[in-house]
Design a protein around this ligand. Structure first.
Ligand code: ZN
Length: 424
């Protein structure tokens, strides 16, 4: 069989294996069409409406291109029996993501990685039934690749390392859909120079600049797109909105049965896998729209702010200014906004690249470059640009508050005197 999917980032995605095609057609995988890849980022980059489905298809495509290339050109270093498990892990690596995952997880104690594992290994899912057709232990194998526990490091590194199929796809895809062109890099070149080596994967020296450019693109996408203060503002709003709903639930159950019952298991703190899978962006947004007209002034105001994009404003703070946040919260309270629901802290930090540090908390698998004589060098030894990013952490912490506080002189004086970074 062959099925061809057309899409803008990779042009044509070919599916030749019935297992992959059947996985795509499961309810759990189709659900990813209804979850946005970048959550609240589309409130800033309005083109970024693409779904997790498109990303997972792209990761599969990159993994398939690499495993086909390895099978053809490196029969001694690569075992083609690993092709299917690599491609399945690529396709399913994000299958457990939920609606607005990052915000939702903090409040309702869910974990998309655990759910991914459950969808793959639990006998109740369609995904599991398809995988079991390959062999009874195949679901466990696929899950162990995603958990970094699979014995072959080549397979693990293709799915998860500092230059893997996942990152290569999301950088290109998010760049395409946001319009932020600095996320682009030369994927075709990278797929030509990637090679299997006994301990994992490496890149031929003549592709070092393509790999370097990929690392720089990654750094720029984090700073410009993923850490944008306005999409973080939407995340803080969303978190506060859901927190308010969760706090109201025990006393005002009627607010939460108006449209759909699907959040109830999470308020009750007793949910099944099927409850989790029944949530998507549409379900959540329907709740938010209904809450806009409910009796609780805070819930309805926050829902209105979220749906109509009335952003909270923010300042960047550091250790020196952190202690003043309590004063700011108090001023927010005094101005009539309950600071528990109208302020928030959002932290974003990223380490663009690092070499292997055996004593680190989570040591990174470094990017290896193969010289003509076969010797391996770590990327930052060969690239001055990557060297300047290596081991450096970039990001900030921001304090969010209602826009109206900018009219409050005591508040603005306080911000000025304490030399917080500029308001966004
Ligand atoms: Zn991913």
């Amino acid at each position: 069989m062959e099925k061809v999917f057309r899409e803008p980032v990779h042009d044509f995605i070919h599916v030749e294996n019935k297992v992959i095609y059947d996985l795509i057609n499961t309810a759990e995988f189709q659900r990813l069409r209804r979850i946005k890849q970048l959550g609240t980022t589309s409130a800033v980059f309005h083109g970024a409406e693409h779904s997790r489905f498109t990303h997972c298809m792209g990761v599969y495509h990159i993994a398939k291109t690499i495993t086909d290339h390895f099978s053809l050109h490196y029969p001694l270093e690569w075992n083609p029996d690993e092709n299917l498990v690599t491609q399945c892990a690529a396709l399913l690596h994000d299958v457990g993501h939920g609606a607005y995952s990052h915000t939702f997880e903090g409040l309702f104690d869910t974990d998309h990685e655990a759910v991914t594992r459950q969808i793959i290994t639990s006998a109740e899912t369609e995904v599991n039934a398809v995988l079991r057709r390959v062999s009874p232990d195949f679901p466990e194998k696929v899950a162990s690749v995603i958990a970094h526990e699979y014995p072959n490091p080549q397979v693990v590194q293709l799915i998860s390392s500092q230059i893997d199929a996942d990152r290569m796809d999301y950088l290109l895809r998010d760049s395409y859909y946001t319009g932020a062109v600095y996320g682009q890099f030369d994927l075709t070149r990278i797929l030509h120079v990637i090679r299997p080596v006994p301990d994992g994967i490496a890149f031929a020296i003549n592709g070092v600049h393509a790999v370097e450019d990929y690392v720089v693109s990654r750094y720029q996408m984090y700073q410009q797109v993923y850490f944008h203060p306005a999409s973080r503002s939407m995340e803080v709003l969303l978190k506060n909105l859901l927190a308010r709903a969760k706090d109201l639930y025990p006393k005002h159950r009627d607010y939460f049965t108006m449209t759909s019952m699907r959040l109830i298991p999470f308020f009750e703190q007793e949910h099944s896998l099927q409850d989790y899978l029944a949530l998507d962006d549409g379900v959540m947004n329907t709740y938010f729209q209904a809450w806009m007209t409910c009796q609780d002034p805070i819930l309805s105001d926050l829902a209105n702010a979220y749906i109509n994009r009335h952003l909270l404003k923010s300042i960047q703070f550091n250790e020196a200014t952190e202690m003043d946040l309590d004063v700011l919260r108090q001023l927010v309270d005094e101005a009539g906004y309950d600071a528990r629901y109208y302020t928030g802290i959002h932290s974003n930090f990223d380490l663009p690249y690092d070499f292997y540090r055996p004593n680190a908390k989570s040591p990174r698998t470094q990017i290896e470059i193969i010289q003509k004589d076969g010797s391996l060098y770590e990327l930052s030894e060969l690239s001055p640009i990557v060297s300047s990013l290596t081991g450096t952490i970039h990001g900030n912490r921001r304090f969010y508050f209602p826009k109206a506080m900018l009219e409050n002189e005591t508040f603005t004086d306080h911000i000025k005197n304490d030399s917080f970074c500029p308001i966004k």
